[in-house]
Design a protein around this ligand. Structure first.
Ligand code: PAF
Length: 282
């Protein structure tokens, strides 16, 4: 596997592949890769002739009090893992390559509505940073398909909307969430958890399962959400939200509405802020 840092070399290499008729699959990441990321690479591999991954800790999607500076950077280990999972090319640009006018002065891509609720409301500017960097990466790599994890469900919707609205000819593939044996969704931020906290964090998935079962049993939404918050707090977590939303646009359903819903949780535990979700219909 080749690692490329510069934009011109990246365009050259991908251009050669494209002229040879290859279909390009893309997996954008911020590094510190785990099995969840590697499953995205395997999915890209199955849907394309060449697989490009990127590692870029994107400054514009972190808030001023978030973990940009301390976000784990593990390039050598990530390179070995990507190579072992069939990635052809790693693009690992410097900040200046992605933001030639500086992160503060960048042209921005905003995704209203879907990007404004839940994570967007709690982390102002987050999805503008994500949408901006992903648009830039899509322009550079020009993939046929790109793979994103369902764990970041709202991010997946934001990317789907930007691709549709900006008429980008890229297929977005949603990859299932990989979980630890106790149900904890795999995430780079899990490493902020102690061994005890990691075990405790299984409550998030159990609570999502409880929300799904209660919704299927026809319980009112307000009661389901209140019970979920109570379960998380009783286990020692600090929930930001535990909600049922429409799956396609994250709007609030009526109190007893069924259909295509999704349960979403964000909660703090120790140094980590964890998010997860589960669709409620079978
Ligand atoms: O999900 C992530 O790792 C990031 O938000 C992404 C999509 C790579 C954009 O920086």
């Amino acid at each position: 596997m080749e690692t490329i840092v510069g934009v011109d070399e990246l365009r050259l290499r991908v251009g050669e592949w494209r002229r040879g008729g290859a279909r390009i699959g893309f997996v954008p990441t911020m590094g510190n890769l785990h099995d969840g990321h590697f499953s995205l690479v395997s999915i890209a591999r199955a849907n394309a002739d060449r697989v490009v991954a990127s590692i870029f800790v994107n400054p514009t999607q972190f808030g001023p009090r978030e973990d940009f500076a301390s976000y784990p950077r593990t390039l050598a280990q990530d390179q070995a893992g990507l190579a072992a999972h069939g990635c052809d090319l790693l693009f690992a640009p410097r900040v200046e390559a992605i933001y030639p006018f500086g992160p503060e002065a960048t042209v921005r891509v905003e995704v209203p509505a879907i990007g404004d609720v839940l994570e967007g409301a709690l982390r102002p500017g987050h999805f503008t940073g994500v949408a901006t960097v992903v648009t830039k990466l899509f322009n550079l790599v020009q993939p046929d398909v790109a793979v994103f994890g369902q764990k970041d469900y709202q991010q997946l919707l934001v990317i789907g909307r930007l691709v549709e609205d900006l008429c980008l000819p890229i297929g977005i593939i949603a990859a299932p969430t990989l979980r630890e044996p106790n149900g904890l969704a795999m995430s780079s931020r899990n490493q902020y958890l102690s061994a005890g906290e990691r075990e405790l964090a299984g409550i998030i998935h159990r609570t999502l399962c409880g929300m799904r079962d209660a919704q299927r049993a026809g319980q009112p939404r307000a009661a389901i959400e209140a019970a979920a918050i109570h379960a998380l707090q009783s286990a020692g977590l600090t929930p930001d939200y535990a909600v049922l939303r429409h799956r396609d646009d994250l709007t609030e359903p009526g109190d007893a509405e069924g259909g295509a819903l999704i349960a979403l949780i964000a909660a703090k535990l120790g140094r980590a802020r964890l998010i997860d979700n589960l669709v409620t219909d079978p």
